[in-house]
Ligand binder design. Sequence first.
Ligand SMILES: Nc1ncnc2c1ncn2[C@@H]1O[C@H](COP(=O)(O)OP(=O)(O)O)[C@@H](O)[C@H]1O
Ligand SMILES: [Mg+2]
Length: 280
Amino acid sequence: MIEVQGVTFKYDKITALNNVSIQIEKGLKYAILGANGAGKTTFLLHLNGILRPLSGKIFYDGTEVTYDHKSLVKLRKRVGVVFQDPEAQLFSATVAEDVSFGPMNLSLSLDEVKQRVDDALHACGIYELKERPTHSLSHGQKKLAAIAGVIAMKPQVIVLDEPLAGLDPRHKDMVLKIFASLNAGGVTLLMSTHNVDLAYEWADRVIVMNDGAIAANGTPFEIFSGNNQYISKPVVLEIYQRLLLCGFLKDDKRIPRLKDELIDDIEGAALNLPQGGAPP
Ligand SMILES: Nc1ncnc2c1ncn2[C@@H]1O[C@H](COP(=O)(O)OP(=O)(O)O)[C@@H](O)[C@H]1O
Ligand SMILES: [Mg+2]
């Protein structure tokens, strides 16, 4: 769906991306890991043309991305970005105005725009904030409003730059539920995060960035099962692998990705033990 070919990008003299190549497949969820300064944000901002490669190319559905106004408008209709800082995203006086800003530029009827705004606000659980001034919202509410603004554009791909940073558990949960429902509707998601536990349980593919380059790219199990110098191991996988090593669990089933799956495996193994017995 998106193909990035040998992209290099510099901010003045700082090389932020160094010959990055990757294919993004339709409908999948990608987690992007990497230390601060690894190039995650710079990479994500290339996907909808906010940044333009110094060298290299990007293709969307087989067509090379070009940077004239018309092509960029088309690209941004397909690829939405939720910035790390919602303050950078919200600029209208009220939530409704902000969420309607994108759709208003799509030459839709006014009714269609209103419908999209209402649907997006409902999808994000913030319909009651519709007439609120954006500056009066909490950080979590601002994040939800920023996501609603992107959803109202009905993009095929949504790029999320550390979307959970600074959110409380309830807002994290809300945001993850919104992402799940978008992805169930076929939207491709790319999310940068520092949370390896989330990347392991959430993503279809994990991309690890280091120093402006892609250090690893694979399924969560491929990325996390070995020892990777750039990232720590998810807790569920670490406990599972230790329990395999000591013989308490056997690797004859699916590999647990969720905490509850691991607990099921442990309870199952414990129930098979002779009373008061030690693991074999
Ligand atoms: N606006 C900018 N001006 C100059 N250098 C920048 C700017 N934004 C990022 N960089 C540099 O580019 C590199 C990659 O940064 P970034 O893409 O923000 O990484 P990440 O999102 O993984 O933390 C870092 O060395 C960072 O200091
Ligand atoms: Mg960043």
